[in-house]
Design a protein around this ligand. Structure first.
Ligand code: ZN
Ligand code: ZN
Ligand code: ZN
Length: 357
């Protein structure tokens, strides 16, 4: 496809999901009168007595969060899944009303005791401890014969419905493979059967020489805006090696993942000088004990912001009923993210103030 064709409306196929995204680069030329609003992160509060995730505080039902000083994991007090849910009645009588048992566990994983921190403001070593905890959780929960899949995810920012700014994520272990990874698994398996190779290994081989959608890379991981991206600044983290799950990372890969997380989240914050909201998570092989040569471990960032700290993209109208649509191209988004400084804006500000003082 020539570059000129890509400057007109076109649709992009997502081979991983078997879906299309409509891209309309021409629409970015629409005049935009609004200011690019800048808003600062809330004042740094290292300990919040009202936060149930801060060390030493009391949670719902009288549970106590201990005085932890690294990563802290506990079973969610309001878990959406339970390990011993009973099986519903047989649906034989009503084939259109089928219910299945979904047993599982929901855990909360605090990244750090400091209430004011976020991934981009944590050190690589601190993020690496989080990666090791994800790995350990994945292994432990996945070893349960009733657990078929372990989903790690972080919702950050009130815009994404995060109820607490304390740096944390969730780990949900489910009996069945959820739809999103199941859809990807089907396309990964299909691609392997057809080509005898891994879809995401081949995708990385396609992207690396083109360099049009790469945001950041290190020896172990690559962060890129996928060709078929739906959210304005969506990115994907891909391991260079064909690894199936987070619990099989080598030491070097774990620190490479910590680095790429710091790099990408710092650039996100620097884009609009705001603590950038997103949903982030990892996809990996099911924990059913079977071999999964089709699976290539990777991360997704789905951030909603479009033009400023307050102007977000909504998935409504045609997008809900037809197909996703975007204005800014994946190439432009990658170029903008890659051009941003690796130093967090709040630290750059502090350095600037020091040099002027
Ligand atoms: Zn807190
Ligand atoms: Zn692969
Ligand atoms: Zn995925």
């Amino acid at each position: 496809m020539s570059p000129s064709a890509l400057s007109f409306p076109h649709r992009r196929f997502n081979p991983l999901r078997g879906e299309w995204v409509l891209v309309s680069p021409n629409r970015t030329q629409r005049p935009w009168q609004g200011e690019v609003s800048k808003s600062d992160a809330p004042p740094a509060l290292h300990y919040d007595p009202a936060c149930y995730l801060c060390p030493g505080n009391t949670r719902a039902g009288g549970h106590q969060t201990p005085s932890y000083d690294g990563v802290y994991v506990f079973d969610n007090d309001y878990a959406a899944l339970l390990p011993d849910s009973p099986a519903p009645a047989s649906a034989d009588a009503e084939p259109l009303l089928v219910a299945e048992r979904e047993r599982g566990t929901c855990r909360v994983l605090c990244f750090h005791p400091d209430h004011s921190l976020t991934l981009p403001l944590m050190s690589r070593e601190e993020i690496e401890r989080v990666v090791q905890a994800w790995s350990a959780q994945s292994r432990e929960l996945g070893a349960d014969p009733n657990v078929g899949y372990v989903q790690i995810f972080e919702n950050r920012g009130a815009m994404m419905g995060a109820s607490n700014p304390h740096p944390h994520c969730q780990v949900w272990a489910t009996e069945h493979v959820p739809d999103e990874p199941a859809k990807e698994a089907a396309h990964l398996a299909d691609y392997l059967a057809k080509h005898g190779s891994c879809l995401l290994c081949d995708y990385l081989k396609t992207e690396l020489p083109q360099r049009e959608r790469i945001v950041w890379e290190n020896d172990e991981f690559v962060a890129l805006v996928p060709f078929w991206a739906v959210w304005p600044f969506e990115t994907m983290l891909l391991s260079r090696e064909h690894i199936a799950s987070i619990d099989s990372l080598t030491q070097a890969q774990a620190s490479g993942l910590a680095d790429i997380l710091k790099q990408i989240t710092t650039r996100y914050d620097n884009l609009f000088s705001v603590s950038f909201p997103y949903t982030m998570g990892f996809h990996q092989q099911p924990t059913d004990g079977k071999p999964h040569p089709e699976w290539h471990f990777h991360g997704h960032f789905y951030p909603p912001l479009l033009r400023s700290a307050s102007v977000r993209k909504f998935m409504v109208g045609f997008e809900m009923l037809g197909m996703p649509q975007r204005d800014i191209t994946a190439e432009t988004a990658a170029e903008r993210l890659a051009a941003l400084p690796a130093l967090h804006y709040s630290l750059a500000k502090a350095e600037g103030a020091e040099s002027h003082g």
